[in-house]
Design a protein around this ligand. Structure first.
Ligand code: COA
Length: 261
């Protein structure tokens, strides 16, 4: 596959990863998913990258789901590597130490919605549409949709969306908590996402990573264990240079300059 189907740019501590197959509404074929995996790993290991934005090329789609052409002729055995690979990718995004912002610039359907849900924060343009339409193909979400949508918006709404297979508009996605913030245009969305990414890129990286871990744990840990985990990582943050810098900057009435150490 040509590298051009996924674009990768780094500036000001922010990596922007763009799914670049606009003629097919950024539908996710296997090679796009494996290239994205590689690029997210590159961003994770690059110290100069402190925050990642994932978006789609053009103004129509973030990603209109897995490439349906790849479903033809597959059965339960031959589809398994594809769904396992997709899930593994989503879980990787979720478990990265750096914050990931989905800038949803149009359709986020099926796998597109599932990848957006594995990002930490979802910003979207008013033309964005969200949905898990798999039921209309006689299948169900397989990149983590049943698991993550129910956790994000509650079981009742998730069931309605997954059973009905309908798309919802951005304002509805905002209302149910699937989207953090809505922007009037795709251009405003891109600026807004970049502004947030630059802000997060300047925050202390170790503390961000620890907060992300503890927040993610709240999905699966009982409260008492999550609280214990929080105590452990809170203490850990006191062994960082950034904690010394943050506290002394506050007391010295100056702006902190974090080194992510
Ligand atoms: N897989 C493969 N190709 C896809 C795709 C997908 N998930 N989503 C869109 N495309 C392709 C279309 O086949 C079409 O290609 P073509 O121009 O070569 O025919 C192109 O993208 C544009 O899509 P089109 O359907 O003509 O645009 P539209 O504006 O009428 O509708 C959607 C847009 C997104 C509503 C519609 O394409 C759609 O329902 N896509 C599938 C969504 C889905 O079920 N996703 C979950 C998959 S598990």
């Amino acid at each position: 596959m040509s590298e051009q189907e996924v674009l990768y740019e780094v500036a000001d501590g922010v990596a922007v990863i763009t799914i670049n197959r606009p003629a097919k509404y950024n539908a996710l074929n296997s090679s796009i998913v494996s290239t994205m995996k590689r690029l997210f790993k590159k961003a994770e290991s690059d110290n100069a990258v402190r925050c990642i934005i994932l978006t789609g090329a053009g103004e129509k789609a973030f990603a209109a789901g897995a490439d349906i052409n790849e479903f033809q002729g597959r059965d339960s055995k031959t589809i398994r590597p594809l769904t396992e690979g997709g899930q593994e990718f989503c879980t990787y995004i979720e478990s990265m130490s750096k914050p990931v912002i989905a800038a949803v610039n149009g359709f986020a359907l099926g796998g597109g919605c599932e990848i957006a849900m594995s990002c930490d924060i979802r910003y979207a343009s008013a033309n964005a549409k969200f949905g898990q339409p798999e039921i209309n193909l006689g299948i169900i979400p397989g990149f983590g949709g049943t698991a993550r949508l129910s956790r994000l918006v509650g079981l009742g709404i998730a069931k309605e969306l997954i059973y009905g297979g309908e798309q919802i508009k951005c304002d509805e996605a905002l209302r149910i908590g699937l989207v953090n913030k809505m922007f009037e245009s795709v251009e405003e969305l891109r600026n807004g996402a970049m502004q947030l990414a630059r802000k997060l890129a300047a925050k202390p990286g170790v503390a961000l990573a620890l907060a992300k871990q503890s927040l993610n744990n709240s999905w699966e840990m009982p409260l008492n264990k999550n609280l214990k985990f929080e105590v452990d990582v809170f203490c850990k943050s006191f062994d960082t240079e950034d904690k010394d810098e943050g506290v002394s900057a506050f007391l010295g009435k100056r702006e902190a300059k974090f080194k992510h150490k």
